[in-house]
Structures are given as C-alpha cells and as structure tokens.
Design a binder for this molecule. Structure first.
Ligand code: ADP
Length: 246
C-alpha cells in the first residue's frame, strides 16, 4: 500500500476553518488514528484524503505522487464508514465483489477474490447470505472485505465501530486491529474514542479546532501528552487496557 503525505492542509467552509494546517505522514503499513472531539476536523481530513473534498490549501500525496486534484474514483482508496451501508439487494459475496465488478473484472475472478477475503475475515460461510441477516459485527467485516477487495492504495476508516454494542466492539477492536496489522494496511482511522485509537493504531494524531495537537504512539500520547487538552482527552477510565499494538 501507499505512504500518505498531507502537507499543510487547510479546508474552509465559509467562515469555518474545518482543517487549519494539517501536516501528517502515514508510513507504508501503518495505521494512524485521527482522534479528537466532534467538530475538530477529523472527517474533513479523511474526506480530503479520499478526494471528496478539495483542500483550500495544501497537498495530498500517495507514495510521493500528488493526488490533491485527482478525483476519488481514480485514487484507489478503500473506505469503511459506519453509515456506509451494505447493499441489501446483493449477497454478501456480491457486496464484496462490487468494486471489482465496477472495474470490469470477470465474475469468476471477482468471486474468487471475494471468497478469499471472506474466509480471511472468518465469514466465508456467510457468502451467499443477504447482509441484513448478519450481525452488526459480521456486517462490519463485510464492509472491511469490500473495502479491501479492490486492493486499495490506502484504507480510510471513519468511526467504523460506531453503533456496535460494547462487547462486540471490544472483540472487534482486537480482531480487526490484528488483521489490519497482518495485512500491512496503510490507513487513517478516524475516531472520537481514545481507547479505540489506542488499541487499533500504530500512531495517533490528536486534533483540536482543525489542528493537530500531538502525533505519537499510543504510549507517547498517553504517557507524555504535549498539551493539557491531549492529557484530558486521552485520560482513560481503564488504564490497564491491553495495548495490543504497542
Ligand atoms: P469531525 O469529523 O471531527 O466531527 P468535521 O470534519 O466533520 O469534524 O467538521 C469540522 C468543522 O467543519 C465543523 O465545525 C463542521 O461543522 C464544519 N463542516 C464540516 N463539513 C462542512 C460542510 N460541508 N459545510 C460547512 N461546514 C462544514
């Protein structure tokens, strides 16, 4: 997958500076969390990487190649959004194969690829099911398989655990965290949940008011917060969490 470089990104909506000078590099095979309270510019940053937003200033590059003005369909990004519902008029396999179909890959090859990913995510037995009959966690894995099927340059996840119950979330954090690590995925992981960021990400960028307050490993952020805001924001209720990616 590709290294992502954001250089001095600004995005203004009228009077609002949603993103105010964000520079960040995500190395090949690294998952960087974008963490912060509601309205701090996380989603706008992610949408800029996806190509749904053109920054007011600054550049986005994949592997050093500038893509700032490349349309989303030509960036080869995999997207996992909480609200990114699965198509309920298609089977699970068809959902996963959808992006490949759009690229003109013939049916046998795309079904093979879909089945491979479904097996990898341990939901191979669900391939012929209607996605609405799956649990929230299983649907989330289908979403992840669908995003990975196109062999994306980068994977962008926006609050992918929102809406799942706490028990399932805890299990998936670990499972998906390991999976992203095993697959050597390069990605940005947007969340407002500090525990989730700590468990799933190699590094975390903490945002406030459109700016990055601190970038560091979960341990650095937790043990040496650069500002009072970071310190307060990452204060955990359960400091004995198993920090799986440390
Ligand atoms: P977050 O994802 O951290 O909740 P957002 O990136 O969604 O934050 O939003 C950052 C700021 O930009 C907020 O003040 C939000 O209201 C504003 N904003 C986001 N998108 C738009 C838009 N399309 N038009 C106007 N303002 C927007």
């Amino acid at each position: 997958m590709a290294r992502i470089t954001l250089d001095s990104i600004r995005k203004r909506y009228g009077e609002t500076m949603a993103v105010d000078g964000v520079s960040l590099t995500v190395d090949d095979g690294e998952i960087v969390g974008v963490l912060g309270p509601s309205g701090c510019g996380k989603t706008t940053t992610l949408r800029t990487v996806a190509g749904f937003e053109t920054p007011t200033a600054g550049t986005v590059a994949f592997d050093g190649r500038e893509v700032t003005n490349v349309p989303p369909e030509d960036r080869n990004v995999g997207l996992v959004f909480q609200e990114y519902a699965l198509f309920d008029n298609m089977t699970v396999r068809e959902n996963v194969a959808f992006g490949l179909k759009m690229r003109g890959i013939e049916k046998t090859a795309r079904d093979e690829r879909a089945d491979e990913l479904l097996d990898l995510l341990d939901i191979g037995a669900m391939a012929d099911r209607d996605p609405t009959t799956l649990s929230g966690g299983q649907q989330q894995r289908v979403g992840l398989a669908r995003a990975l099927a196109i062999e994306p340059n980068v994977l962008l996840l926006d609050e992918p655990m929102t809406g799942l119950d706490a028990k399932l979330k805890a299990r998936l954090r670990e499972e998906v965290g390991e999976l992203l690590s095993d697959l050597d995925v390069t990605g940005l992981y947007v969340t407002h949940d500090q525990e989730e960021a700590m468990l799933m990400c190699d590094r975390i960028a903490v945002m406030k008011g459109g700016r990055i307050e601190q970038v560091g490993t979960p341990r650095e952020i937790y043990e040496s917060p650069a500002t009072e805001f970071v310190s307060e924001f990452v204060a955990l209720d359960a400091p004995d969490l198993p920090f799986v990616r440390w």
